[in-house]
Design a protein around this ligand. Sequence first.
Ligand code: 5GP
Length: 200
Amino acid sequence: MIESGRGNPTRRSRLIVLAGPTAVGKGTVAADVRRTHPEVWLSVSATTRPPRPGEENGVHYWFVSDEEFDAMIAKGDLLEWAVVHKAARYGTPRGPVDLALASGHPAMLEIDLQGARQVRETMPDALFVFLKPPSWEELVRRLVGRGTESEAERERRLETARAELAAESEFDVTIVNHEVHAAAEQLVSLMVGSNSSSSD
Ligand code: 5GP
């Protein structure tokens, strides 16, 4: 939801797209921004996955059926969408993003790499931020840390992570996720810094 009085309706703001490898902590960084910077508008994605305990419809995601997701695609309601982890579909509703930008709010999407590439095609003026782990070892620890996966599954995840890390060069800015709140603050400072050059 967009709170009134905080944006700058005279200037369209610039969209920030936060992406990065699986398990780097994008969701946690976005949650920190949501908690500490209510002036930042965060897109609420639609997803076909079921809610986890504590997740609320319209707050964390719009939880929709496969049929509803199909209808959103058919109507052109999604700015981008992707199948993530070969499991469920996730997409960004287009209308709320347009509204947030038009009202001058700092606005952010937290999406996967496939989605970020699609937004790059349709909104090349957005600022693309890559969230990176402090080291390869740390990412491996987060990905396979629990040690509950089979050897084959571990290898598959590591291979995906290698390919995802290689996408860094496609992005405008990299933030290293040493510590969640510090990363969130860097992200917010980019929003403030980028809004003034957004109207062209
Ligand atoms: P989770 O199911 O753990 O909440 O999210 C899984 C993944 O889906 C995360 O990598 C997150 O960035 C990605 N994701 C969430 N919303 C969207 C979206 O609207 N579009 C795309 N492409 N990915 C999303």
